[in-house]
Write a protein that binds this ligand. Structure first.
Ligand SMILES: Cc1cc2nc3c(=O)[nH]c(=O)nc-3n(C[C@H](O)[C@H](O)[C@H](O)COP(=O)(O)OP(=O)(O)OC[C@H]3O[C@@H](n4cnc5c(N)ncnc54)[C@H](O)[C@@H]3O)c2cc1C
Length: 435
């Protein structure tokens, strides 16, 4: 590790983002009893965007975060803002129909637009940069990209997309590993913690009461909800749970539908302009197509942020840099002498069918939730916030109902066995990649 790396903001994990974030004034912990129309639990993108959208619709909102705003996946992720929600949406045709699937696909495009508008409207300094490329590991991936490009055209996608053959890949990435790509100028990358902080301060300006260090320990359900933290409580008509992979035992029904999976990122020391240009000449974010994918991009100060892996064991690698650096060097052997300044990980919430779970509890119709974005949540959380706020404020657009209609299974094996079971399933998928 480079001793010159900056120190992270207190109470965040030691990520590059925490070390380069906007000033983050400490928010109070909840004390005493507070009343609100809606209580939101979770200070990541899901919670913040739901709160913001509710406040814009005139509701009074209290948001409780166990640690700091953006402490979870929202403040630690790869920062890749990529079009689309879920995976293989056609599998839901028998539940929501052909038109329902088409609407969901359109919402997957709208999700990025919500982030674009949020950043523009609230002038959030989060280094938003446009340009993204899917990287093909095999010719089969490239066939899939051609279908994706065709589908985007049929949906009226208004940004440039372009298929690249193997001999054109050097224009996007300085590595010989890939056999093709799909450029998408309507997707891109950003500093996720700064986006979360900008959204938190926008929410505050709209009247949302935000509390940090206020872990919710108990919920009394009923027509009026009472939410308890260590030194205070909130009474509200409606509750929103936006805790994703960090929900744990707060609501076992919902956490049983999400598998927490660890993903890890390293950040190099700042590179020279020439070095950075040689790696990613167009400064795009990129992802390959494997189950345990590599995803990487440059930061605004020209570090390579290289992420990957998917751990279901619940245990982080002892030394994340030692674990991730060989993966980076497989792609870019030319970085062998470059120092790693930061290493960190976070929990992705995986659902069995890979569709974000956006809905309300069957037995508690005043309890809403959004979770399980399966590693593709920077955009989808913003869509979820809008859909939840529409449903809660009685402003139905139909989008919430489409998501809520899709059933989500509870993973077998209970709290302790479900991760090992999934690990076995993923091993099978990786094995299939090799044959
Ligand atoms: C390493 C990594 C890389 C990723 N890369 C990308 C990427 O490049 N692009 C992409 O689209 N997606 C990516 N993702 C996924 C994306 O970050 C998530 O889908 C998204 O941030 C989820 O947001 P969230 O608000 O639902 O959850 P989180 O951001 O995890 O927030 C949940 C919050 O709930 C709080 N909480 C939990 N329990 C309680 C409680 N009892 N009381 C109060 N608060 C509580 C937690 O403290 C946490 O802050 C990545 C995820 C990880 C971990």
């Amino acid at each position: 590790m480079n001793p010159r790396a900056q120190q992270p903001a207190p109470d965040h994990i030691a990520s590059y983002y925490a070390a380069s974030s906007l000033p983050q004034p400490e928010l109070p912990a909840l004390k005493g009893e507070v009343l609100a129309d809606v209580c939101v639990v979770g200070g990541g993108f899901s919670g913040l965007n739901t709160a913001l959208e509710l406040a814009e619709r005139g509701l009074s909102v209290v948001l409780l975060e166990a640690h700091r705003i953006g402490w979870g996946a929202s403040g630690r992720n790869g920062g890749q803002l990529i079009r689309g929600v879920g995976h293989g949406l056609d599998q839901f045709t028998n539940i929501i129909g052909v038109e329902g699937v088409r609407q969901m696909k359109l919402m997957g495009l709208e999700a990025v637009e919500i982030v674009r508008q949020r950043v523009e409207h609230f002038q959030i300094p989060c280094d938003l940069t446009w340009g993204y490329c899917d990287l093909a590991n095999k010719p089969r991936d490239l066939e899939g990209f051609a279908e994706d490009a065709e589908e985007l055209r049929s949906l009226g996608y208004r940004y440039e997309t372009r298929l690249l053959q193997a001999n054109e890949m050097h224009t996007v990435v300085g590595s010989t590993r890939y056999v093709g790509g799909l450029i998408d100028m309507g997707s891109g990358h950003l500093h996720p913690l700064n986006l979360a902080l900008g959204e938190a301060s926008a929410a505050q300006r709209l009247g949302v009461q935000l509390f940090e260090h206020s872990a919710v320990t108990r919920i009394d359900y009923g027509p009026e909800i009472k939410v308890h933290a260590a030194e205070g409580s909130v009474r509200a008509k409606t509750l929103v749970l936006g805790c994703n992979a960090y929900l744990n035992d707060l609501n076992p029904e919902l956490s049983g539908k999400v598998l927490p999976a660890g993903s890890y990122i390293i950040a190099t020391e700042p590179l020279s302009e020439e070095q950075a240009h040689a790696l990613l000449p167009q400064n795009m974010a990129v992802c390959d197509q494997r189950v345990a994918l590599d995803y990487y991009r440059l930061s605004a100060d020209r570090r390579l942020l290289f992420g990957g892996a998917c751990h279901y064991s619940g245990r982080d690698p002892k030394d994340i840099a030692a674990y991730m650096r060989p993966k980076m060097l497989e792609v870019f052997p030319q970085l062998s002498a470059v120092k790693i300044d930061y290493q960190w990980g976070g929990m992705i919430g995986i659902g069995a069918n890979r569709l974000p779970q956006i809905g309300r509890l069957k037995d508690q119709p005043n309890v809403y939730y959004a979770q399980a974005y399966s590693g593709h949540g920077v955009n989808a959380t913003h869509l979820a916030g809008k859909l939840l706020a529409e449903a809660i404020s009685g402003q139905h657009s139909g989008g919430f109902d489409l998501f809520a209609k899709v059933p989500h299974i509870t993973f077998p094996g209970g709290k302790h066995l479900r991760s090992p079971l999934l690990a076995l399933g993923m091993l099978w998928h990786r094995f299939k990649e090799l044959v």
